[in-house]
Design a binder for this molecule. Structure first.
Ligand code: GLA
Length: 342
């Protein structure tokens, strides 16, 4: 009997609004993109053997890995985290191919996690796949990330961004108007996910919430009552970013170019000045993108500390996205992770 062939695809994501809000139970507006990761292979044996077209070293793991953080090569940690979560009875021999730039802040790790999970047999609702991917990410990297990346990759809806409420873990698709295009450009700075800075920001948000209540529920006066000035700025970012995420969803629905631009600029300033997750390279990329004719507004996207920035532009205005900072993409709002062989 020949081993069954499987194939699965999971997209990366770009976040249009709402960063560092997911782990605070707030709002975000990510979308799955038409770049992603495909796993193809045969289900056989008792090892996970995957070669990658983007990385020199293959992954070769047993079905039980005690410590995913110790796996080499490094990309195998994400695979090991997924294997620990799915606990398959049968291995796989196959290949991984990604059209996503690795380490650029477009959630290449979430795309890897979800495509591997589907290929090694996860079969369940999209939200369960998202949660599984996040647990795998925690196992692999130790970074206490929220659910946004995996949710966007699992639940993407073609033509739409997702307005996600992370208190209830539910979302509403918001159509991206046909006359707009989503432009992503690389800052040139690799995203050192600086796991420690991310964890430190998350701890600040939790410390602020311990003092004044969940940041998804409090308002400006509660934030002003925080005594520590750093915590106050961190909390102010989260509270105002939640408001901007609602405003952005409305602005997209109304195709209101002025509001889209204003809210994106305000978000970048808040991430830069209050949350302090921007860098000089990200600020320069945001400036360059925002100044490009036809671009309505731009902001950093994702965790910060390097990687990509995102902008919305009038359709057709940007013909050569590589020309803005040297490396760029026009990305389309796309559907979520799925098996390709059924
Ligand atoms: C990373 C994390 C997400 C989210 C963003 C910031 O992408 O994985 O959970 O916190 O940073 O919005």
């Amino acid at each position: 009997m020949t081993a069954p062939e499987v194939a699965a695809f999971a997209p990366g994501r770009v976040n249009l609004m709402g960063d560092h809000t997911d782990y605070a139970g707030g709002l975000a507006l990510p979308m799955a993109v038409d770049l992603g990761t495909t796993v193809r292979g045969f289900r056989t044996g008792t090892r996970i053997e995957l070669a990658s077209s983007d990385r020199p070293e293959p992954v070769d793991l047993p079905l039980v890995v005690d410590d995913p953080t110790g796996v080499e090569p490094e990309w195998g940690r994400y695979v090991a985290g997924v294997v620990a979560e799915v606990a398959p009875a049968t291995g796989i021999v196959g290949t991984v191919h990604s059209t996503l730039p690795v380490g650029a802040g477009l959630s290449s790790s979430a795309a890897l996690e979800l495509s591997v999970a589907l290929a090694i047999g996860f079969d369940g609702p999209a939200m369960a796949l998202a949660r599984l991917g996040r647990r795998a990410e925690h196992r692999a990297s130790g970074v206490p990330c929220g659910l946004m990346d995996q949710l966007a990759s699992a639940c993407g809806v073609a033509g739409h961004a997702l307005l996600v409420d992370f208190t209830t873990e539910t979302f509403v698709p918001v159509a991206v108007p046909d006359d707009l295009e989503v432009i992503v450009v690389h800052s040139g700075q690799p995203r050192a996910l600086s796991g420690s800075a991310y964890a430190e920001r998350r701890a600040s948000v939790e410390a602020a919430a311990a003092e004044v209540g969940p940041l998804a529920e409090v308002g400006g006066p509660d934030v002003a009552a925080l005594t520590d000035p750093t915590l106050r700025r961190r909390a102010r970012h989260v509270v105002t970013e939640n408001e901007r995420t609602r405003a952005m969803a409305d602005a997209l629905t109304n195709d209101d170019a002025g509001a889209i631009g204003a809210v994106m600029s305000a978000s970048h300033r808040s991430l830069r000045d209050d949350f302090e997750v921007s860098t000089d390279a990200l600020d320069r990329a945001v400036d360059a993108l925002a100044r490009t004719p036809g671009v309505l507004g731009a902001r950093l996207t994702g965790a910060g500390f390097g990687g990509c920035v995102v902008g919305l532009a009038r359709r057709g205005a940007v013909t050569d996205p590589d020309s803005i900072t040297g490396r760029g993409w026009i990305v389309r709002p796309s559907g979520g992770a799925h098996r390709l062989d059924r």
